[in-house]
Design a protein around this ligand. Structure first.
Ligand code: PLP
Length: 394
């Protein structure tokens, strides 16, 4: 495996491709698939993912216009939708790069129209409708309907999409999602009555693709499922087979035996109840490995579980390896997330122990963790953040 110094995340790009394929196979024919690769692809790396699933994904979605610019800079030429807010300063560049912006008020559309006219190009937009999340979106009703009608007629504007987002589609009880879907459908119908047909209507996230395929619409937006994780443990995990794309590994950098009664780590929160073989692993909360896993999480070494002893430090953690069959030595590779022989630690296991959830766990993996990309059983790329670029004048 590719060499790394302390800790690394291995991203199986083929798993992401297969997950997307499985999701696509479970949507009705003709439904476009939008791959949500915001927050640098949920921490996995947006650019290599976009390149690997090229041709299979019809659309990409990111949270910020800067994320969209970065994809364009890396020759990602598919349609890209910005799900969040975009500041006016970025309008002209976004229009020139055919980046689809989310519009949820009339004034923004007006300013985009002016920018589009000024640069003699078309601004593609997706209009967001509020259906229950109460984050961003036009409030359904007469006023919004006439504002959308005005937007459709603005010069330089092409309303390509109409969309909304579910707040509770991942729960067993689908009443809330049902209500949101009804509100969206009604808004769509009202626009229709006014002669407005927007080509790409989309509301579905991963939970909808898995549990509510009848809500697919013209396009669905797959985020967490793309990476091989389920949006919650309440969705039907048997329906679409997914494979986690990420594994996380770190090196053993020191091994020793401490005496019964000795304490380990800050605060001395682990006290050895026996003479204890202890391994120090080169990963900590400074890398995004949660400190809440102190005295809770396990790591895998030689295919066996070893419990974390004491508090997770910023740059290291210690594990009790006394019970391992094979002796642990410096340079051994510990698996923090993923498979080691028959043993397995999932993101969900660690996230639950740390009091968080899978989405946050992967997004939080930090800048000190190089991402190593695999496809066809080979390393096909690598990214690290070891050398920072600054625009600074002191
Ligand atoms: C993040 C996000 C998604 C993807 O959600 P998943 O649960 O990860 O599939 C879809 N739509 C919007 C608007 C989002 O913000």
């Amino acid at each position: 495996m590719e060499n790394y110094s302390r800790a690394a995340a291995f991203i199986d790009l083929d798993a992401i491709y297969d997950n997307l394929k499985a999701l696509k196979d479970n949507t009705k024919a003709g439904t476009k698939l939008c791959a949500v690769i915001k927050t640098d692809g949920y921490g996995h790396g947006a650019v290599p993912i976009a390149k690997r699933i090229r041709g299979l994904a019809d659309f990409f979605a990111v949270a910020t216009v800067e994320e969209a610019f970065n994809l364009r800079r890396h020759q990602v030429e598919e349609p890209i939708l910005v799900l969040g807010h975009t500041q006016e300063e970025a309008f002209t560049r976004a229009i020139k790069e055919e980046i689809r912006l989310n519009v949820y008020d009339y004034e923004t559309a007006e300013r985009l129209s002016q920018a589009a006219v000024a640069c003699k190009q078309t601004a593609y937009i997706h209009i967001k409708v509020e259906t229950g999340m109460n984050r961003l979106g036009f409030q359904p009703g007469e006023q919004s309907l006439s504002e959308v009608e005005k937007i459709v007629n603005l010069p330089g504007i092409f309303v390509e999409g109409l969309f909304s987002h579910y707040s509770r589609a991942d729960e067993t009880d689908k009443q809330s999602a049902e209500k949101q879907h009804k509100i969206f459908s009604r808004f769509e119908e009202e626009l229709s009555k006014r002669g407005i047909e927007i080509p790409v209507k989309h509301t579905g996230n991963s939970a909808v693709i898995i549990d509510l395929p009848q809500y697919d619409g013209d396009m669905v937006r797959a985020g967490i499922a793309l990476y091989g994780m389920y949006p919650s443990d309440e969705v039907d995990m048997g329906r679409i087979p997914l494979r986690p794309a990420l594994s996380l590994k770190a090196k053993v950098i020191y091994v020793k035996t401490i005496r019964k009664g000795e304490a380990v780590g800050y605060g001395g929160t682990f006290v050895a109840e026996r003479d204890t073989r202890l391994a120090t692993i080169a990963i900590g909360y400074g890398d995004g490995y949660p400190r809440n896993l102190s005295n809770k999480g396990d790591v895998l070494l030689h295919g066996q579980r070893a419990p974390i002893a004491g508090r997770v430090c910023m740059d290291q953690l210690m594990v009790d390896v006394t019970d391992l069959k094979e002796p642990v030595k410096v340079g051994d590779e510990a698996v923090l997330v993923g498979f080691d022989g028959k043993e397995h630690i999932s993101v969900e296991e660690l996230a639950a122990l740390a009091g968080t959830f899978n989405y946050e766990f992967v997004c939080d993996l930090g800048k000190r963790i190089p991402r190593i990309y695999l496809s066809g059983g080979h390393v096909v790329g690598k990214k690290d953040y070891f050398e920072d670029d600054y625009q600074i004048r002191l």
